[in-house]
Design a protein around this ligand. Structure first.
Ligand code: GLN
Length: 307
């Protein structure tokens, strides 16, 4: 069956569930998003994009940005990054602080908030958060071949104003010497990259290199080495949905990353990149309808890495 017909089936499966889950409200600017939104886009090897629903509408990608910051930090400093952040699943909430004391300020993995803050610290040079964000924006625009990609500054401001938990995580890690820059400089970059606003189409296109061994199959540009690409995917598989990662692997079987804006990115190696958006979340912060849609997509395509 062709992908357009498959997407129509997926939409039918999703329909009775539209609006389910709970829209994130701990970042006030996210609370007003319409819970009935649903979009899905698949970017494939030849640069085609298959889409359905609200796939062209930009949303706050939130923690999905952590995949791109990880990739950039690995490009910049190589495996030395792993001395400052682990690669084990956390089994706890995305903003949990409990393991940090036990593990002496080294976060479990780069996809929970604490780990992503450490990764962002490595992108900020000499306290210059603006330069770090400009580099990241340039990279995303390049990957997606779309210069219009931008940050939603209202969301970034809202997140900063209510960012006590992330400030706690950052100060706590700083007390263990695991931040090079001032906490506020790091968080200023962190809040902005979480507030990146992309549509499903843009997101799937930007992440396409992860499905093709680290090389963009459309432009031929090598973005990360194939070994690094495999490793980023491994971290996504184990850690991309916090304490929901096991369930996501069980149901969908693809490396993925969710964000509290309701987006989910899933990488189907050798096939393409899938981005889905529906704002209602489960208790762990993964899109309820997004996971249902991906499950339906796997049933029809057999793209799970487990066969
Ligand atoms: N899981 C998420 O998407 C969390 C990201 C959000 N910006 C935060 O720091 O809390």
């Amino acid at each position: 069956m062709d992908l357009d017909s498959i997407l129509n089936h997926v939409a039918e499966k999703v329909e009775p569930h539209r609006g389910s889950g709970k829209v994130a409200n701990y970042i006030p600017a996210l609370a007003s998003v319409d819970p009935n939104k649903f979009g899905l886009a698949i970017a494939t090897k030849d640069g085609s994009c298959y889409r359905i629903g609200d796939a062209q509408e930009a949303f706050s990608i939130q923690s999905i940005s952590k995949v791109f910051t990880l990739s950039l930090a690995l490009q910049k400093m190589g495996d030395a990054l792993w001395e400052r952040v682990g690669r084990e699943p956390s089994g706890s909430a995305f903003n949990s602080i409990v393991q940090l004391e036990h593990e002496k300020g080294i976060p479990r993995n780069p996809l929970i908030n604490a780990g992503a803050i450490v990764v962002t610290d490595h992108l900020v040079e000499n306290g210059d958060a603006d330069a770090a964000i400009n580099t990241l924006l340039g990279v995303l625009r390049d990957h997606a071949e779309d210069p219009s990609i931008d940050i939603d500054y209202e969301v970034a401001k809202s997140e900063s104003e209510t960012g006590a938990r992330n400030r706690s995580l950052a100060h706590f890690m700083a007390s263990f010497g695991n931040l090079d820059n001032e906490v506020e400089a790091v968080l200023s970059a962190y809040f902005r990259h979480c507030a990146l606003s992309l549509s499903c189409s843009q997101l799937a296109r930007a992440a396409l290199f992860l499905a093709f061994d680290g090389e963009d199959p459309v432009t031929g540009e090598r973005i990360v080495t194939s070994q690094r690409c495999r490793r980023i995917n491994a971290v996504m598989m184990n850690c991309g949905h916090y304490d929901n990662s096991g369930d996501f692997a069980f149901r969908i079987g693809l490396p993925g990353k969710s964000g509290v804006g309701g987006g989910v990115l899933a990488i189907a190696p050798g096939e393409g990149a899938v981005a889905v958006w529906s704002p209602g979340l489960n208790d762990a912060g993964t899109s309820t309808v997004g996971a249902i849609a991906l499950e339906a997509l796997m049933a029809e395509t057999g793209w799970s890495v487990f066969g």
